[in-house]
Design a protein around this ligand. Sequence first.
Ligand code: NAD
Length: 484
Amino acid sequence: MQLTLPFHLENFIGGNFIGPLSGQFIDNINPATGEVYGLIPNSNQKDIDLAVNFAQKAFNEWSVTSSEKRFQILNKIADLIDEHSNELALAETNDNGKPLWLSKKVDIYRAAANFRFFATGIMHFAAESHSMENKAVNYTLRQPIGIVGCISPWNLPLYLFTWKIAPALAAGNCVIAKPSEVTPVTAFLLGKICKEAGLPDGVLNIVHGNGPSCGEAIVNHPTIKAISFTGSTRAGERIASIAAPMFKKLSLELGGKNPNIIFADCNWEKMMQTSLQSSFANQGQICLCGSRILIEATVYEKFKTEFIEKAKLITVGDPLENNKQGAIVSKMHFDKILNCIETAKQEGGKILLGGKAIKTSGRCANGYFIEPTIIEGLGPQCKTNTEEIFGPVVTLQPFNTLEEALQLANATNYGLAATVWTQDISKANIIASKIESGIVWVNCWLLRDLRTPFGGTKNSGVGREGGWEALKFFTEAKNVCIEF
Ligand code: NAD
């Protein structure tokens, strides 16, 4: 199989590649060059209705397909992703603007790992039994929900798309999935891979389009019983307002404004190296990036000087070359980030490094590049420190005590992830227990074990993904009580 890319992408519905029923398309732009390099279906409710019809037909058989067979098919998908990792990584980079080395090392590697993880997971998934001494026994059946909707964002396109689809399929559901309209290509290619791997027609349907027409048609569809969504808090709120009155199961993985807390007693070198990554990796477009750096006052100046020196060395440019950072995903997001930097200045922030768009020449002259940006002098309540920017922009704030660090860390409405740097186990434990976030990394960042619960508190979301949490989300628990 060759993973070639047509100019017009098509939806993958009922095992066939077909255009949108409306005949309308949206431009697909390469953010590193600013050029339209393809068209994607602008799907609407009619396309979703069609996909649901096929999914309903497929569900009868897929829901009773043995877990061993499901394992084999999902594992084959993982193998084919690995086999085509170069083509997929190139597609991801052209669509998203991230460096090619990063697409290979993180995005495509993880997409295969997601399928492999849940393929094996379903072979070990078991349900509970509750014995009532000599009176009765209860057992829990965990049955597939039916047809579920998976909607994903643009920052880690195939990585997050497969993170939802793999457990949903493993648990025996049929899926209507929509990737971000900004980065649709690897999802389109995944359809080809699934076909090749022998996934029965209609089990996975991949529909392209924007949020309000295509995404909302998925959320609104009465036959779709659960929605797994990753994206902005704004869209999450809208989705919850539609899905909650319909009593759909909902998993919402939303935005973050994560603190990176640095104590003077930390392993300095490791902290410095990792903080550069947690600030600027993927152009700062990872929901888990530590965009608010909180530094113990005694080492604030030392941190600032060294951090700026090291951040200056980050190369930004053509993602197909050996740069550390590539392009921002779209013109719209590029403008948003630059506006946020303007706001920071108006709020009294001092730009210590960066703050501007980068002009390049040659292939990427019209691309969307922004300098790694470091800002200081802003308090915890300003917009810059409370609203998600989702770009290569971090702020520095000093603290004097552990209590003050906690206060600053918890000063936003978000609660996704936090990082703590200290060699003092007591301090680390206190922070970990009192911080308002779903994930805490101590002396590391983005170290992921796929078995652990993943998700946020407060405005960062509802529910947990990962491991058994995901398989439980994608199944309905039914208790059966048998009296002796
Ligand atoms: P977005 O909310 O604009 O879009 C995400 C997806 O939802 C896209 O597929 C989009 O088309 C769709 N969508 C938008 N509005 C919709 C609606 N009304 N109904 C149904 N679908 C709709 O987010 P984005 O800009 O693509 O991604 C960036 C955001 O995602 C950031 O806020 C980031 O923090 C968040 N994110 C969170 C996590 C996490 O695990 N918590 C991971 C990655 C990204």
